[in-house]
Design a protein around this ligand. Sequence first.
Ligand SMILES: [Fe+2]
Ligand SMILES: [Fe+2]
Length: 287
Amino acid sequence: MTMTTSTDLRLRDHVDRLAEQHPPLRLDDVDFTVRDRSAFAQRYGHVLDYMARVELEVDRNVLELTTMLPDPPEIDRYFYADVWQPQEIQHGLILDRLQVELGRPPTVADTDSVSFKLRLLGTLAHLDAFQDVVRILYYLTGMSTERSAVLAYNLLHEGTLAMGETAVAETVIGPIKRQEPGHFVFYQLSARALWAELAPWQRWLVRRLRTISFGPVGTNNDEQRADFGDVMTTLGIPADDSFAAQAVRVERELLWSHRAGIDVPPYVLKAFRRSVELARARADRDT
Ligand SMILES: [Fe+2]
Ligand SMILES: [Fe+2]
């Protein structure tokens, strides 16, 4: 527990507030009315499926966390078990129900397989100095995925309104997107505090591990990378650096500010571009 007391208090305060102001959304409060089901399914069906899967896979993320961080600070456990997971699961259930209402099959989420890579990290994390490295990787991943989620939900919200699907915009996407920024803030506060305490060798290792392991939210294989590329295309997310830059702004500041001229870490740009390429290649194959 290397966290300074003031940061710890701020974090506790933040998580208390999230718990109080953002209870998990309820399916009963959602209005699933869709004016033009086939047009909406055609345009956004695959986006709903992608997001539903990623949201529902938080159950696996919690397993991964308990594997990777055998002895987490109490505040981390409080956040992910009592606040974050219950909120995200409801996001997943609501989005999945919406796509089923549109006549699509429910999503297929992997909720229980923890990769060998993560189990190895977990074994090493029994050493305190290494656990701090693993923890900051967790916060960095949290920041980029939550930030990507906010940006993507904003675009989906705009697109849904533009199609005149007010009920979906106001009772599905709107309420979900309002719960994501608080998650980002938790990771950001945690990452900044922990980064300040890391030794040079730990920082070096974080940069190396991040460089070889970064992936867009919800991507574990090429099929899912192509799915993410399709989501980017539908939402109008460009494969240039603007979206990527926003998704990893704080990571760039913490890890790479000593390198002049790096606007977006190259591994991030590469990962986003690869998704778009894989989506294109798959579309070519299928036509
Ligand atoms: Fe979510
Ligand atoms: Fe979230």
